[in-house]
Design a protein around this ligand. Structure first.
Ligand code: SF4
Ligand code: SF4
Length: 304
């Protein structure tokens, strides 16, 4: 009977719901999990009219191997798998293309917005690094955009013991420019410089070096990504003659042997790990040099 066949919605995942009643058993989610993400968390269970998509060993999404990358939600043509924000707040009204700043993969996204609120982060199909895929961080961990602790207006204080004073952008920029000029006048042209965060995009880092070189008229510019990557930079410089990456991410599709030294892309650069795993499943070989036994050493259909 219908009462016996009814399967409750799976609300266990914090970011999306699974409603088996809306599943048309198209297998798109299963294929996205296998072919794009490489986690193999989903399957089709049962036969004929009884068949349906299940996570893990027919368990809740949250207790299965699912890593919440969201590729299945994106692939689902019905509302069987759907972002909770879309169900709660409705469809987005407009979108803007942006870059995820969580890690160095630099995935492109369409930030889909309703009013002033982000409803959904959709990995951008034309993104050079991700080609429409993402990990849990870029797709779902955007709550910081509206977090109550986020500072939205510039603040100034004359001394460290003074309380912060909220000011307009015009006043903040004028004050900063005046102070930069005063310090340079008093202590010399090289007394100031700029350092960008590893959360900045290449374009933002480019703009800061432009400001330093043309505005401050010195070469005191750095990025914290270089500081973190001093050993990598030195090693690459010694080996390949340049202290920077010599390949783009697409080149992994043509690799025959990959060597991973002291990195764990499954957690640190997940979208790259998915792209590498795809190539490994096609037969490329993997060598891992690491004191840890990372997830790259052995996972579904892959062994280093
Ligand atoms: S993609 Fe959606 S409709 Fe298709 S099998 Fe998966 S849950 Fe069902
Ligand atoms: S791999 Fe994840 S954290 Fe890194 S840029 Fe892409 S979505 Fe962001």
């Amino acid at each position: 009977s219908l009462a016996v066949d009814y399967i409750a919605r799976d609300e266990s995942n914090p970011y999306f719901t699974y409603d088996p009643a809306q599943c048309i058993v198209c297998s798109r989610c299963v294929r996205a999990c296998e072919e794009v993400q490489g986690t193999f968390a989903l399957t089709i269970e049962g036969r004929g009219f009884e068949s349906r998509m299940v996570a893990g060993m027919s368990e809740d999404f949250i207790t299965s191997e699912c890593v919440s990358c969201g590729a299945c939600v994106q692939a689902c043509p019905t509302d069987a798998l759907r972002e909770k924000t879309v169900l709660e707040k409705g469809m987005p009204e407009r979108s803007a293309v942006t870059t995820c700043a969580y890690c160095g993969v630099g995935c492109s996204f369409k930030a889909e917005v309703k009013g002033d609120e982000v409803i959904r982060m959709l990995p951008y199909k034309d993104g050079k690094a991700n080609h429409g895929h993402s990990c849990v961080k870029g797709r779902f961990a955007y709550g910081y955009a509206t977090h109550k602790d986020r500072i939205l207006s510039p603040m100034i204080r004359e001394k460290i013991s003074d309380p912060w004073r909220e000011v307009s952008w015009e006043e903040a920029i004028a004050h900063t420019a005046k102070e930069f000029r005063r310090i340079q006048y008093q202590y010399g042209r090289t007394a100031i410089g700029g350092i960008t965060s590893s959360r900045c995009t290449n374009e933002e880092t480019y703009l800061v070096q432009k400001l330093v070189r043309q505005g401050f008229r010195n070469n005191n510019v750095d990025t914290c990504a270089r500081v973190c990557h001093s050993p990598t930079g030195y090693g690459l410089g010694q080996t390949y003659g340049t202290s920077a990456g010599t390949q783009d991410f697409d080149s992994v599709e043509f690799t025959d042997v990959a060597v991973i030294i002291g990195a764990n892309p499954v957690s640190a650069h997940p979208v790259f790990a998915s792209r590498l795993k795809k190539r490994l499943r096609q037969g490329a070989k993997l060598i891992v040099l690491d004191p840890r036994r990372t997830e790259m050493v052995k996972s579904a259909h892959i062994e280093a």
